[in-house]
Design a protein around this ligand. Structure first.
Ligand SMILES: Cc1cc2nc3c(=O)[nH]c(=O)nc-3n(C[C@H](O)[C@H](O)[C@H](O)COP(=O)(O)OP(=O)(O)OC[C@H]3O[C@@H](n4cnc5c(N)ncnc54)[C@H](O)[C@@H]3O)c2cc1C
Length: 432
């Protein structure tokens, strides 16, 4: 930081987007100030969840050896619930997997990421709340904090889903309820050996599970469960407008999920240690704001860059932070911080997996909402019925069992209801 409170780039927010931007700038030899409102980076940050190796190692080269990751995900599960029963699909990864995902806890993970940034030459200011951007003649010039004003040639805004700062300068509107999911998460402690026995895991192996149906049926909602070293993260995300429509209190829904017989036994005797709630932008192309203006760029959740269908947020945040930083390096070398030069950032986003994937899924959430009863109620019911009728040796002749299963399946209308889903999925797969 120069004496007159001016630096080359200020990055607001030390989440995945902000830290990646700051590290990329420092590696290019630029002066960068990273600020976050938390006492320690990550203190108040919540996610499921998993980080993805492919993008993470692009920023944190030795993260697998050095970072506080909890477990490598070796099993992906889809747990489908009815009111009483459950049916599971499990995919087991091969042992060596170069694009693995890892469960992490944000409190430890974010702190480690910021430490790496500081080692790379980033100047980090914790406990610094940015109250507003300094905005003069249509150009962002710096930040106003609770302490002092700081100036920079470029400001990268990576302050997360609510981004009051992007709203202040008119780049973003208030998110509509239909474009945002509310996520509730709890963490439970279970001694490491008991956790591994309960989930049938070897040392360091972990599970990432998605939960469909049960108390989450008939609304755009999905649960999740992740195993950490000696804790279990469990929660769900539900579209805000659906929670309002169904008049469900987020906490009550969480309780119902935990009470389901197939879930409660996974948490048995585990000690409750943490509760939190956080929004996620739904990640549609139309809700992405203009991501640059004179002297400013927006990255990560602040710009709505999330792929909710695939539970990808941290990787897109890291990539967008990196692309914003590369654009800043180019602008600093040119000595031009105008919107025209910074528009290069949007071009980079468009050529990256971020906009490509958001483009692929542009109408997916809308489509899923229309067919949500089939997906979250009918499919779990039929899956459970399949096992309950066909797997049980109860003296009923097999022909009679097959007949019963197929009659009930046909009666449910599943074939007719699945045709549009199949066509939609095929279109997504085949579209260039
Ligand atoms: C329950 C849940 C589960 C999820 N699961 C996954 C998952 O499994 N995998 C995955 O990849 N993604 C997941 N995500 C999404 C992922 O967490 C986000 O996409 C990602 O964290 C976005 O990173 P970011 O840096 O843009 O924002 P954030 O991580 O939100 O970071 C923003 C930072 O800005 C700081 N800040 C905000 N305002 C100010 C201010 N005015 N002044 C100073 N500092 C400020 C905050 O303190 C925070 O540190 C999940 C999200 C939730 C809520």
């Amino acid at each position: 930081m120069e004496n007159n409170n001016k630096t080359e780039v200020i990055v607001i927010g030390a989440g995945p987007a902000g830290v990646s931007a700051a590290i990329t700038l420092a590696r290019a030899g630029k002066k960068v100030l990273l600020v976050d409102r938390s006492d320690n980076a990550g203190d108040k940050n919540i996610f499921g969840g998993c980080i993805y190796e492919h993008q993470t190692k692009d920023i944190f080269y030795n993260f697998k050896e050095e970072a506080p990751v909890e477990r490598i995900v070796t099993e992906e599960k889809i747990i489908m619930l009815t009111d009483e029963e459950s049916a599971e699909f499990t995919y087991k990864h091969p042992i060596s997997n170069d694009n693995a995902s890892y469960t992490v806890l944000r409190r430890k993970w974010d702190k480690w990421c910021v430490e790496q940034a500081v080692k790379e030459g980033v100047c980090f200011a914790p406990k610094t709340l940015v109250k507003e951007l300094i905005y003069e003649n249509g150009t962002v010039k710096g930040i106003k904090t609770q302490f002092e004003d700081y100036y920079a040639n470029i400001v990268i805004v990576a302050d997360g889903v609510n981004s009051l700062l992007a709203k202040q300068i008119g780049l973003r509107k208030r998110l509509e309820n239909k474009n945002v999911t509310l996520n509730v998460k709890e963490v439970y402690r279970l001694p490491k050996q008991r956790l591994e026995d309960r989930f049938n895991l070897n040392e360091n192996e972990g599970i990432a599970a998605k939960i469909l149906g049960g108390p989450l049926k008939n609304m755009f909602a999905m649960g999740f469960l992740y195993t950490n070293k000696d804790t279990i993260s469990i929660g769900y995300g539900a579209s805000l407008d659906e929670l309002i429509k169904h008049k469900i209190k987020p906490y009550d829904l969480m309780e119902k999920l935990k009470e389901h017989p197939s879930i409660s036994k996974l948490l048995k005797d585990a000690e409750f240690i943490e509760y939190g709630a956080h929004m996620i932008p739904e990640g549609s192309l139309e809700s992405i704001p203009k991501v640059y203006d004179n002297g400013v760029m927006i990255a990560g959740d602040a710009a709505g860059l999330v792929n909710n269908i695939h539970f990808e947020g941290t990787n897109l945040a890291m990539l967008s932070g990196k692309l914003a930083a590369e654009t800043a390096v180019f602008a600093l070398e040119k000595g031009d911080y105008s919107a025209c030069v910074l528009s290069k950032y949007y071009k980079k986003l468009k050529n990256s997996i971020i906009i490509k994937d958001l483009h692929t899924h542009n109408n997916t959430i809308e489509f899923l909402k229309k067919h949500i009863n089939t997906i979250t109620s009918l499919y779990p019911e039929l899956s459970c019925k399949f096992f309950s009728i066909l797997s049980c040796a109860d003296g009923m002749p097999k022909q009679q069992k097959y007949n019963k299963f197929f009659t009930e399946t046909l009666k449910s209308g599943v074939i007719k209801k699945s045709i549009p889903i199949g066509i939609f999925a095929m279109e997504k797969c085949l579209k260039k």
